[in-house]
Write a protein that binds this ligand. Structure first.
Ligand code: ARG
Length: 566
C-alpha cells in the first residue's frame, strides 16, 4: 500500500522491459517543492534507449499510464510528476489502521515456521555485561518482529554454565568463600573469589592444578562438585532474573552449555565416522582450510570438550527439537569467527540446514569513545544503569507532570524503555557511546520522545471523548492538507518497515521509524487545531488515533512500553 510502490507499479506497467521496477525504484525522486508532485520520474534517463526527446517520452508516459489512484499525473519538461489522490489515500490508510488496530502491519512471511533465537546467554558467576544487554534486547525485539510476520520464535538463553572456570571457582570458594557471603550478594562475591584466584595463582601455580582437579570431578559427576556448581548456577540465575524482569524479557528455555554434556559424545562419533577428526599435538581438531578458517578444536589433550563442541551439540539438538526454518544467534561481533567455524563443521558433517544458521552480530558499547574495560575502570553495571535511568525519568516526570497517577510505574516504563530504545535505534553493527543523561532525555532522538508523542496523542483522544466526540468506523476519514499528508505517508510505510526490519534482522529500522512518525505527528500537531469543531474533526481524530496505534505498536516491537499518560 505504500505510495511509492504504487507509483513504481504503474510506471513499470507502461515502461515494461525498458526499465525494471528495481531500477525505477532507484531513480524515482521526491521533489522538495510539493507543487511538483509527491514523486517525480526523470524521463530523460530513457532518452538514449528510446532515441526520443525527453519531453516527448514524459508526455507519452502520461498518456499511457493508469491514473486511477492519483489526483493527477503531469509531464513537466523531462519529468513526470505524480500527485497522489490524498483524500482517497488518507481515507484508505486511516480506515485500515482503525480496523486492524495492533495487527496493522502483520504479514505472513514465516508460515508459522520455528525460529530458535539464542540470546542474552550470560556467564554464570559473572555480572551481565552491556554486551549481554545488547544481545537480550536485540533478541527480544527480533522475536517480536518475527512473530508479527508469522514465524514462531523460541527464545533460548544459552547460559555459560560450564567450562574450566568452574573448577577455579570451586577451588576459590573452598579457600576463601562463605555461604552467607554468597547468599547476600552472589554475583559480586563469586566474581571476587574468581578474580582473587587469578591474582594468587601467579605465585601459586599449584592452584591451577587443584582447579583442574575440581573441573574433572565436576565432569565425572562428583557429588560435592555438582552441589556447589548447582548452587552457584541457581544463585546467579536468580540475580539475572531480576534484570530480565526489569527489562520485561522472558525466555522459553534456559538450556545452557551444561545441558549438552551428555550430547557431545554423539557429535564426536559423527565426526569420527566421517573421518573429520584429526590429531594435532594430542588434541582433536576439524580442519577447515577449505573454508579459509582456522581448525576447530573439538577435544583438548585431556579429553575435555570445548565451547564449540557444546555449540555443535546445541545446533543439532535445536534442529531435532524444533525442526527450525532458521536458527539465530544474537552474539557480539567478536565471535564471528566462532560461528563461521560452527557452520563449516556442521556442513562437513553433512547437515544441509547449516545454511539456515545465522549469526546476528552487533557492535560494542563504548564510554567516551573507548571500549569498556574493568581494568581501566570503565565498567557499566547493567543493574545500576537501569535503576539510574528510572531515577532520571522520575525526576523529569516530577517536573513535567507532578500530578500524574501511577508515577512510579510510568517512571519505570520510561527509564527502562529509554535504555532499550537507545540500544535499538543504533544499527546493530555500529559501536555506540553510552551516556545516561542523553539516553533519558525527553527531546531529541530518544525513547521518551516517542513515548511522549504517543501519550500526547492519547491525551487528545481523551479530551475529544470528554467533549462527546467518539469515532465510528463508517465515517469517511479523508484529509488533504500537506501536514497530515506527511503523517499519512509514514503510517502507510509501516508494514514495509516491519518487513525490512525482519529481513535485515535490524530492529533499528523500527526505532528510526518511530522517531520519524513521532516527528511528523508533532509537526502536524503544531500546525493544526485537531479539536476544532468543523467537518474534518473526525478525520483528524481518526488520524491521531492511527498515530497512537502505530507508535504504540512500534514501541511494542522494540520491547518498550507506551504509557497512556506521562
Ligand atoms: N556465554 C557466551 C558469552 O558470554 C555467549 C554464548 C552465545 N551463544 C552460543 N550459542 N555460543 O560470550
Amino acid at each position: 500500500m505504500e505510495f511509492r510502490d504504487q507509483v513504481i507499479r504503474v510506471l513499470a506497467e507502461v515502461l515494461g522491459d525498458k526499465l525494471s521496477a528495481e531500477k525505477i525504484k532507484q531513480v524515482l525522486e521526491k521533489p522538495k517543492d510539493l507543487a511538483l508532485g509527491d514523486y517525480a520520474f526523470p524521463a530523460f534517463l530513457l532518452a538514449k534507449t528510446l532515441h526520443k526527446a525527453p519531453q516527448q517520452i514524459a508526455a507519452e508516459i502520461v498518456q499511457k499510464i493508469n491514473q486511477e489512484h492519483f489526483e493527477k499525473i503531469q509531464a513537466v519538461g523531462p519529468y513526470v510528476n505524480f500527485f497522489m489522490d490524498k483524500s482517497q489515500a488518507s481515507a484508505a490508510v486511516i480506515s485500515t489502521v482503525l480496523r486492524q488496530q495492533f495487527s496493522y502491519g502483520d504479514q505472513d512471511l514465516g508460515k508459522g515456521g520455528n525460529v530458535p533465537i539464542d540470546m542474552s546467554s550470560p556467564n554464570i558467576a559473572k555480572p551481565i555485561s552491556m554486551g549481554h544487554l545488547r544481545s537480550t534486547v536485540i533478541g527480544n525485539s527480533l522475536a517480536k518482529l518475527l512473530k508479527k510476520v508469522n514465524y514462531h520464535p523460541i527464545k533460548i538463553n544459552h547460559l555459560g554454565d560450564w567450562g574450566t572456570q568452574f573448577g577455579k571457582l570451586i577451588e576459590a570458594y573452598k579457600l576463601w568463600g562463605s555461604e552467607e557471603e554468597v547468599k547476600a550478594d552472589p554475583i559480586n562475591k563469586l566474581l571476587e573469589y574468581y578474580v582473587r584466584f587469578h591474582k594468587e595463582d601467579v605465585a601459586h601455580p599449584e592452584l591451577d592444578e587443584k582447579a583442574r582437579g575440581w573441573f574433572k570431578k565436576l565432569e565425572d559427576g562428583d557429588e560435592e562438585a555438582i552441589r556447589l556448581w548447582k548452587w552457584f548456577r541457581s544463585e546467579s540465575l536468580k540475580s539475572f532474573m531480576k534484570i530480565y524482569e526489569k527489562l520485561g524479557v522472558e525466555f522459553d528455555s534456559f538450556n545452557g552449555e551444561a545441558f549438552y554434556n551428555d550430547k557431545m559424545a554423539e557429535i564426536v562419533s559423527i565426526l569420527e565416522k566421517r573421518d573429520l577428526l584429526k590429531e594435532s599435538r594430542g588434541a582433536q581438531i576439524v580442519d577447515l582450510d577449505k573454508y579459509d578458517l582456522n581448525p576447530a578444536l573439538i577435544r583438548k589433550t585431556d579429553g575435555a570438550t570445548l565451547y564449540i563442541t557444546r555449540d555443535l551439540a546445541a545446533a543439532l539438538y535445536r534442529k531435532r527439537t524444533y525442526n527450525f526454518v532458521q536458527s539465530l544467534y544474537v552474539v557480539g561481533n567478536e565471535q564471528t569467527n566462532h560461528f563461521k567455524q560452527l557452520k563449516a563443521v556442521l556442513k562437513e558433517m553433512g547437515e544441509p540446514w547449516s545454511d539456515d544458521i545465522h549469526h546476528i552480530p552487533f557492535g560494542l558499547i563504548t564510554q567516551d569513545g573507548k571500549k569498556l574495560s574493568t581494568r581501566a575502570g570503565r565498567v557499566i553495571l547493567l543493574d545500576e544503569v537501569l535503576d539510574d535511568a528510572v531515577q532520571l525519568a522520575r525526576k523529569q516526570i516530577e517536573a513535567k507532570n507532578p500530578n500524574l497517577e501511577n508515577k512510579e510505574q510510568v517512571a519505570k516504563e520510561v527509564g527502562v524503555g529509554a535504555v532499550i530504545f537507545h540500544d535499538l535505534k543504533n544499527e546493530r553493527m555500529n559501536n555506540f557511546d553510552f551516556n545516561l543523561e542523553e539516553v533519558v532525555r525527553f527531546e531529541g532522538e530518544t525513547g521518551p520522545y516517542v513515548q511522549y508523542s504517543h501519550a500526547r496523542a492519547m491525551s487528545i483522544l481523551r479530551k475529544a471523548k470528554e467533549e462527546g466526540h467518539v469515532l465510528n468506523e463508517q465515517e469517511n476519514y479523508s484529509l488533504n492538507d500537506p501536514e497530515s499528508w506527511e503523517v499519512i505517508t509514514e503510517i502507510a510505510a509501516f508494514p514495509k518497515m516491519v518487513k525490512r526490519a525482519v529481513v535485515e534482522y535490524e530492529p533499528s529500522v523500527i526505532a528510526k521509524y518511530g522517531l520519524h512518525l513521532a516527528k511528523a505527528f508533532n509537526k502536524y500537531y503544531a500546525h493544526s487545531k485537531v479539536l476544532k469543531d468543523d467537518e474534518q474533526l473526525y478525520a483528524r481524530l481518526a488520524l491521531v488515533k492511527s498515530v497512537a496505534t502505530v507508535l504504540k505498536e512500534s514501541l511494542n516491537l522494540l520491547g518498550v512500553h507506551a504509557p497512556d499518560k506521562m
